[in-house]
Design a binder for this molecule. Structure first.
Ligand code: NI
Length: 267
């Protein structure tokens, strides 16, 4: 049996190391007396059956999570699924995967080569989704991949970890609107992803989301350290459906733009 709380702790520990901003925002909110509840934790992977959504979802399914919505992002060649636990205190799990067959042969070969480097016993690990990058990659390869797909580049550089944690704004006691949280963050010097507007979605769609821009960190490549965008922190405000239940799903159009939080900045 997976110790899911331990897995979440490990994911958070890795995430805050990769994203010092998240730690700072978390502290800032804690200082204003907030107890933070996560709406969802998001993962990225490739659709190679050795590491695909079904594989990454295993520890969550074993801990009682059930598959819910399915999503498609044709422009980015991604599909995604989200999983929910009957305990509403547990974050939803959102896992996307890149459709390798849509990519160039060169990219497919590189990625297959990465996955070939994973040792068989590694697949037995309960914390596979929190292990980071289990392969070697040099910076030139990263640059080639990221030109074809920002998602493929990011995933090849960072491997398996939480791409983002998401604060559930509904559960904050001192801030009600997502707009107010955004202002609060900006006034404290944090940069938000403004692709498609700072707030993605609307009350009419029952979900509003915003996110920081991924912080740049030094990542060890086979040929030394290079500074690239890492993880980001997301904020979600959910609304009630006409039947009184809180909307539990995701909005494809909003998520599509949020994926871009890890894009390299065009200067
Ligand atoms: Ni998200």
């Amino acid at each position: 049996m997976v110790d899911i709380d331990n897995l979440f702790d490990r994911l958070w520990a890795l995430f805050r190391r990769m994203n010092p901003q998240a730690e700072a925002i978390h502290q800032l909110l804690a200082e204003s007396g907030e107890v933070i509840l996560n709406d969802h934790i998001a993962f990225r992977t490739f659709d190679d059956p050795r590491v695909d959504i079904d594989f990454l979802a295993r520890p969550f399914l074993n801990a009682g999570y059930l598959p819910q919505g399915e999503y498609e992002f044709p422009n980015k060649h991604l599909v995604a699924r989200h999983f929910e636990h009957s305990d509403p205190q547990r974050p939803k799990i959102f896992i996307s995967q890149l459709k390798l067959r849509d990519m160039s042969e060169r990219l497919q070969e590189k990625v297959t080569g990465f996955i070939d480097q994973i040792l068989p016993e590694t697949y037995e690990r309960d914390d596979f989704c929190a292990m980071g990058r289990p392969w070697d990659i040099d910076y030139t390869t990263y640059e080639q991949l990221v030109q074809e797909s920002e998602y493929a580049g990011w995933l090849s550089a960072f491997g398996f970890c939480a791409n983002h944690f998401t604060v559930l704004v509904n559960k904050l006691s001192t801030i009600d609107k997502l707009e107010d949280l955004n202002e609060f963050l900006k006034s404290n010097g944090f940069e938000l992803n403004s692709a498609g507007g700072e707030i993605k979605g609307s009350p009419e769609e029952y979900l509003e989301q915003s996110s920081t821009l991924a912080a740049e960190i030094d990542v060890p490549f086979a040929d030394g350290l290079h500074r690239i965008p890492s993880c980001y922190y997301e904020f979600a405000r959910r609304y009630q459906l006409p039947d009184g239940k809180t909307f539990p799903g995701f909005i494809t159009q909003s998520a599509d733009k949020i994926f871009e939080s890890t894009d390299r900045r065009k200067t």
